[in-house]
Design a protein around this ligand. Structure first.
Ligand SMILES: [Zn+2]
Ligand SMILES: [Zn+2]
Length: 168
């Protein structure tokens, strides 16, 4: 059964509920125990299921005598940041980026900075070539506001962006 994956349930703030939604229905939850947020099992943009643990056949399976289906969950799986089907950030990722943009707006960035900040913040979250020029612009803003601003962007900055941002 290799190559088969279960579905993952995650709260909208990014806390994993279970990586084995189908095999372990007893682990499902409507609300997150850590933050009280509602939970999802699919990408809100395209509806594709969030990939969970790899499903493995039980090595000792001999025909359903114990009432099991003969499959068990594989190793724990991490919470992904982006949908592999449509490429959009999941709500927890998007909310982190939006919160950072809002915080920078509170700090009082100028019109020029405001015109590119949305794209720049989304770019620095990824390991992509555009993360570098975006990180340069974000760094210029961070330099004006200091540690508080840096701490916010470093929370989600990709390796590519962090190299630029740390290089003071
Ligand atoms: Zn939560
Ligand atoms: Zn999607």
């Amino acid at each position: 059964m290799s190559g088969n994956y279960d579905v993952q349930q995650v709260c909208k703030n990014g806390h994993q509920i279970t990586g084995s939604y189908n095999i372990r229905p007893d682990k499902r939850k409507d609300f997150c125990q850590e933050c009280g947020e509602t939970t999802i099992i699919a990408c809100p943009s395209c509806g594709e299921a969030i990939e969970g643990t790899q499903i493995k056949a039980r090595p000792d399976y001999s025909g359903g005598r114990s009432g099991h289906s003969g499959i068990v969950p594989g190793s724990p799986v991490g919470v992904p940041d982006y949908c592999s089907n449509c490429g959009k950030p999941y709500p927890w990722r998007e909310n982190t980026i939006v919160a950072a943009i809002q915080m920078f707006a509170e700090l009082g960035i100028d019109e020029n900075e405001e015109s590119t900040i949305d794209e720049d913040m989304h770019n620095i979250a990824k390991d992509i070539p555009q993360a570098k020029p975006s990180a340069m612009r974000i760094k210029r803003i961070c330099d004006k506001y200091g540690t508080v601003a840096y701490n916010v962007v470093m929370e989600f900055a990709s390796k590519t962006a962090a190299e630029v941002l740390k290089n003071q």
